[in-house]
Design a protein around this ligand. Structure first.
Ligand SMILES: Nc1ncnc2c1ncn2[C@@H]1O[C@H](COP(=O)(O)OP(=O)(O)OP(=O)(O)O)[C@@H](O)[C@H]1O
Length: 256
């Protein structure tokens, strides 16, 4: 498989606590890969290791062929990353935020100007260039953060709960942009708590207590566990792990 991101037995311990426990996965180029799991299950920690922001305790991984430990700086230059906090400068305008990130990515002159123009249009921010980021609503902030993460035309986009706290209309607009990017060949790894978003991913994984429980296409996983929706499946996994609630035998077929 032509994987844009892959990892094997990726593990992160904080002291004696294991936040991520031997996660292995392969994310094909040009796919949208959903990362699902309850709060504190280890999604952000895994994402931060893959972005080269924190070092794994053990295990290996590559992004676009670069080693996540040895080539962390190269990975940071080649991917777009959007954290839960959006990383915007609230006192700066839309234009100034984009200029700041263009500087970080080494874009200059006309290249920077043209790229900014394209992204302002893509994000639907036309007319708001002089507005301070701090005064934008959640949906606009989110799209500005996405525009900043895309300035250097990354091949891989990593989004950590990009739509948390954003209204349904803005979420839909955001996902239309993400799907367009994937159609153009971008690989997208996205963590989310929204099952409607997960249903439209090409592949999903369930992570719980730092462990990867299942992975596959949404259809495969639902069929194997005989569930109508990913939400039902998600609840089933969590209950099965906690040894409570209703479970079914079919779940054994999907759990890794
Ligand atoms: N720097 C750290 N030091 C100690 N513990 C940490 C650190 N970072 C994360 N953790 C712990 O690791 C576990 C996994 O956290 P993580 O943020 O990866 O989960 P998550 O699945 O992204 O959760 P959420 O959906 O709430 O964002 C949590 O118990 C968290 O408290």
């Amino acid at each position: 498989m032509n994987a844009a991101i892959s990892c094997k037995d990726l593990t992160k311990k904080f002291g004696s606590f294991t936040a991520v426990n031997q996660i292995s996965m392969e994310i094909p180029k040009g796919s949208i890969y959903g990362f699902l799991g309850p709060n504190g299950s280890g999604k952000s920690t895994t994402i931060r290791m893959l972005c080269g922001l924190i070092t794994p305790t053990s295990g290996t991984g590559t992004v676009l062929g670069y080693d996540i430990v040895k080539d962390a700086e190269k990975i940071k230059q080649r991917i777009g990353y959007m954290s839960q906090k959006f990383s915007l400068y609230e006192e700066l305008t839309v234009d100034e935020n984009l200029d700041f990130y263009a500087g970080i990515y080494g874009l200059k002159g006309n290249t920077a100007k043209e790229r900014k123009k394209e992204l302002i249009e893509m994000a639907g921010l036309t007319g708001r260039e002089k507005q301070r980021a701090g005064t934008l609503s959640g949906g606009w902030k989110q799209r500005l953060a996405l525009a900043c993460a895309l300035l250097h035309q990354p091949e891989v986009l990593i989004l950590d709960e990009p739509t948390a706290g954003v209204d349904p209309v803005s979420r839909r607009i955001f996902w239309n942009v993400i799907r367009d990017l994937a159609k153009q060949g971008m690989t997208v790894l996205v963590s989310t708590h929204y099952m409607d978003e997960a249903e439209t991913c090409d592949f999903v994984t369930f992570i719980y207590n730092g462990k990867l429980l299942a992975k596959g296409t949404p259809e495969e996983l639902k069929q194997q566990a005989e569930q109508q929706s990913l939400e039902d499946l998600f609840i089933l996994y969590v209950n099965a792990q906690n040894g409570k609630g209703e479970t079914n035998n079919a779940i054994d077929k999907t759990v890794i």
